[in-house]
Design a protein. Structure first.
Length: 204
């Protein structure tokens, strides 16, 4: 490996270290209570090092947001091979829950953690979020082409689907399903609730 390649790898590793440390601190301390100095102290570098990679905390948060959505889109990509759009919608719901369960910290940062949305204000910065939600809207529209969801607004119905599945998985991630004291029931509470939601959707 040449000098240029080693420098590039070192730069990529440092960027990754900064992002991982920021993600952990954002979740532990909250966005507002985490500073670039906190991040620098944790990785034992000066704040000036972080400024070589990110101009401010908002840009750092945005980079984490993009990383999370890229991961989510990778989870969703195999679904395009399912020919029936309604079945694809059903499997998307399961895939969304699997992503959240397997990446709870990223999911928390993307959809639950309180952070200023001005970091994602421009269309360019919200492109990954738009692409992910657009996947759901397009799926609803495909369902309409084969006779499902007639008379429904595709955007509103897509939002309803997202809100419903997000609500289920958020309760589980934040351990709110403990409200159910029956351990056997709690173990399948999300799946059973999702089944009720899918059954209701199949009748629209």
């Amino acid at each position: 490996m040449g000098v240029a390649e080693r420098k590039l790898r070192a730069k990529e590793e440092m960027r990754h270290l900064i992002l991982e440390t920021a993600r952990k601190l954002f979740l532990e301390k909250g966005f507002e209570h985490t500073s670039l100095r906190n991040i620098a102290e944790t990785i034992e570098y000066s704040p000036a090092t972080i400024y070589l990679y990110f101009k401010d905390k908002n840009e750092l948060f945005h980079a984490l947001h993009i990383e999370g959505f890229q991961m989510m889109l990778e989870y969703m990509q195999p679904l395009v091979a399912i020919p029936d759009p309604f079945e694809r919608l059903v499997q998307l719901s399961h895939t969304y829950i699997r992503f959240a369960r397997e990446n709870p910290e990223f999911y928390d940062l993307m959809f639950i953690m309180n952070a200023p949305m001005d970091a994602l204000d421009s269309e360019e910065k919200w492109a990954m979020g738009d692409q992910t939600f657009g996947f759901v809207v397009n799926l609803i529209e495909e369902c309409q082409k084969i006779g499902r969801f007639q008379g429904k607004d595709a955007y509103q119905l897509a939002f309803h689907c997202w809100a419903s599945v997000h609500g289920l998985v958020s309760l589980e991630i934040r351990q709110r399903t403990r409200v159910c004291h029956d351990e056997k029931m709690r173990a399948c509470l999300v799946e059973d609730s999702l089944a009720y939601f899918i059954e209701a959707m199949s009748k629209l």
